[in-house]
Design a protein around this ligand. Structure first.
Ligand code: PMP
Length: 311
């Protein structure tokens, strides 16, 4: 008999799938790590588990304790999942614009969700978290936007999983960045293995990596209003800034062409991967990450907006 005894044991070791239905130059191959196979449905389950384990090991968090964290939703779901085994209470601060499905999932896992105004962005959620911490002085604040445990999660998990599944035959790694933890940790691991690997970061229009002013966008989970301290620009071998429109179009295509039901950040990662593929030499292997599924964005109308594929 082979079975898990806790849901957090099911995190990681997600499938890697070759994407074959999009036009690619001859002998250029594209692979996607399907992170929506995690039990909480996103790449951030890895982070939730790692943050809780590390905080407990360091004595910063105990069984029965409380966590307060600002999140667009997926980190909240990941933390809430991992918290269950230790009867840890979770309070999440989420700007109201983020998907209702993600907010419902956090609540379904027993979390309290506090909303902040959309106009204040993630910085507003961080400020509210700090205010709440005064009311809950014993609560633990993981701080995904500054905690080096965030990239370490992906250095220890996603990076090795990708490298091993590809037998080391990887030339370009493409990932979207919200906190930048996924991109940074995975890129650091891959470049340690092989400094020739090109690491490509993806953001939506309205994010700051190419010097733009922060403004609102509808692609969820990626995009920055400020640079997290652990993000090292030395790893930005290329930056792609993708519009919401193109990201939505690509996610609709991923559904009908590949049967991959992914979210908008995956659509942006797919577009950036295809742009990299256009310039790539024959024999190039590109690996990207599809962080979550489309199911948590259905109510926001992503498919309708993508041009009626689902009429
Ligand atoms: N896509 C989605 C849907 C996400 O929720 C996140 C996490 N915010 C990311 C991509 C980017 O992950 P990271 O925070 O590690 O940059």
């Amino acid at each position: 008999m082979r079975y898990a005894t806790h849901v957090s044991e099911l995190i990681g070791h997600t499938p890697l799938m070759e994407v074959t239905s999009f036009p690619l130059p001859k002998d250029v191959r594209l692979f996607a790590k399907l992170e929506y196979f995690n039990p909480g449905g996103s790449v951030k389950d890895r982070l939730g588990k790692y943050l809780i384990e590390r905080a407990m090991k360091e004595g910063k968090l105990q069984k029965g304790g409380t966590i307060i964290e600002p999140t667009a939703g997926n980190t909240g779901v990941g933390l809430a999942l991992a918290a269950i085994a230790f009867q840890i209470k979770t309070i999440f601060v989420t700007p109201e614009k983020f998907s209702l499905e993600k907010q419902s999932l956090m609540r379904a896992l027993g979390s309290t969700v506090v909303n902040t105004p959309t106009e204040q962005g993630m910085e507003g959620a961080i400020a509210k978290t700090k205010e709440l911490l005064k009311t809950f002085p014993d609560a633990y604040y993981p701080g995904q936007f500054q905690n080096p445990a965030n990239p370490d999660t992906y250095y220890e998990g996603l990076g090795p999983e990708i490298y091993e599944a590809m037998d080391g035959k990887i030339d370009i790694f493409v990932a979207g960045a919200g906190s930048g933890g996924t991109f940074m940790g995975t890129s650091r691991y891959l470049k340690e293995k092989n400094p020739q690997i090109k690491t490509v970061i993806v953001e939506p229009e309205g994010s700051i990596l190419q010097g733009g002013e922060p403004r609102s966008h509808r692609t969820e989970g990626i995009g920055m209003e400020f640079m997290p301290p652990f993000l090292d620009t030395g790893y930005f071998d290329a930056i792609h800034t993708i519009s919401d429109e193109i990201a939505f179009k690509r996610l609709a295509e991923a559904a009908v062409k590949e049967g991959l039901l992914v979210g908008s950040s995956s659509g942006a990662a797919l577009e950036a991967s295809l742009l990299e593929a256009e310039k790539a030499q024959p024999g190039t292997h590109i690996v990207t990450v599809f962080p979550d599924s489309s199911e948590r964005y259905i109510s926001s109308g992503i498919y309708q907006e993508a041009g009626g594929h689902f009429k």
